[in-house]
Design a protein around this ligand. Structure first.
Ligand SMILES: NC(=O)c1ccc[n+]([C@@H]2O[C@H](COP(=O)([O-])OP(=O)(O)OC[C@H]3O[C@@H](n4cnc5c(N)ncnc54)[C@H](O)[C@@H]3O)[C@@H](O)[C@H]2O)c1
Length: 309
């Protein structure tokens, strides 16, 4: 007799990370439904093996129809650009926080007991030149960071009061295929500029240190979290190494075998100087480690955008 496949919901599954995660969950044999309002995602990114529902996470009636029988929710739907959150903060709190509360209420009513939440390193705020640990103070410096972070204590409350178990994964800088937004993220913008001979726009003279993690590793971390979703936990997801932004350009130059034109853009508010993960906790407790190094990941990213030209 065929084994019954577990059903899971991926909110934001038509987005950059969500579509990569959906592909991995389908590979793992789960029956995946994607819920996405396509506000910043694209239907063509959703793998054909998954079911797609166009709709909003804030729509309680729709959720009451979708959620019964789900084993878990992977919650990625969010308004996700730091820079724009400075011009429309309320929108960020409504979508990233209030709509998550609507989702949690719907889960409670439908008796869905597990949620894997895409949190963010922007929960920490300014950090100094050290690798951040989960126990560190959380002092977000942008409305985006604040709107992502406040979900974490809310998940804790939903575990203690209603038994909904959760893993919040604080992603550092994610890059890789399917990042098709016309947003402000450096790696896809730079990859497209490098491939089309346009100048690479560089802020802060590239003197910011970041922890760049390949999207497939983020998807894997979500799967590990699903397997170990007990209590209300929080983990960093990064590589545990830092790279200067200006060195990413050097890596692109090395892969492409030519010098790239750089345009200095000055400073940009809401950007911390450092953001690097200590990943000891997720390694120890979930057994997850990143598999793709930066040169390999950047090459995959360039190959992806080259095919799209
Ligand atoms: N990309 C990164 O570097 C990064 C870093 C830290 C955390 N995150 C988090 O990871 C998650 C995914 O980010 P991403 O980079 O894939 O962004 P993305 O914008 O590509 O994906 C978000 C998806 O959610 C959908 N969406 C937004 N609001 C919705 C709503 N109310 N109802 C239904 N769908 C909705 C969008 O259409 C989009 O497809 C987000 O929660 C983001 O905050 C991303």
């Amino acid at each position: 007799m065929e084994k019954k496949r577990k059903k899971v919901l991926v909110t934001g599954g038509a987005g950059f990370i969500g579509s990569n995660l959906t592909a991995l969950l389908c590979e793992k044999g789960l029956q995946v439904t994607v819920l996405d309002d396509l506000s910043s995602g694209f239907k063509h990114l959703v793998p054909p093996e998954a079911s797609f529902i166009k709709g909003n996470v804030g729509d309680a009636k729709l959720l009451s129809r979708i959620l019964p029988g789900m084993e878990a929710v992977f919650h990625l739907a969010a308004t996700s650009t730091t820079t724009y959150s400075l011009s429309a903060p309320q929108k960020y709190f409504e979508n990233n926080f209030m709509n998550t509360v609507t989702l949690l209420e719907a889960m409670r009513k439908a008796a869905v007991k597990k949620i894997i939440y895409s949190s963010s390193a922007s929960s920490y705020g300014e950090s100094g030149d050290q690798f951040l640990k989960e126990g560190e103070a959380t002092k977000p410096i942008s409305p985006y960071g604040a709107s992502k972070y406040i979900v974490e204590p809310t998940l804790n409350a939903y575990y203690h009061c209603f038994g909904i178990e959760s893993v919040a994964l604080r992603y550092f800088n994610v890059y890789g295929p399917n990042d098709e937004q016309q947003g402000t993220r450096a790696v896809p913008k730079w990859a497209k500029a490098a491939l089309t001979g346009k100048p690479i726009e560089l802020y802060w003279r590239g003197e910011q240190k970041r922890d760049y993690i390949f999207v497939r590793d983020i998807a894997r971390a979500n799967f590990f979290a699903f397997k170990h979703c007990i209590g209300a936990r929080v983990y960093n997801v990064g590589t545990g190494t830092g790279v200067w932004m200006k060195d990413i350009i050097k890596e692109f130059e090395r892969i492409m075998g030519r010098k790239l034109v750089v345009k200095e853009m000055g400073e940009r508010p809401g950007d911390p100087k450092f953001a690097m993960a200590d990943i000891g906790k997720i390694e120890k407790e979930l057994g997850w480690r990143p598999e793709t190094d930066l040169p390999t990941g950047l090459k995959h990213t360039l190959d992806y955008f080259r095919k799209k030209l």
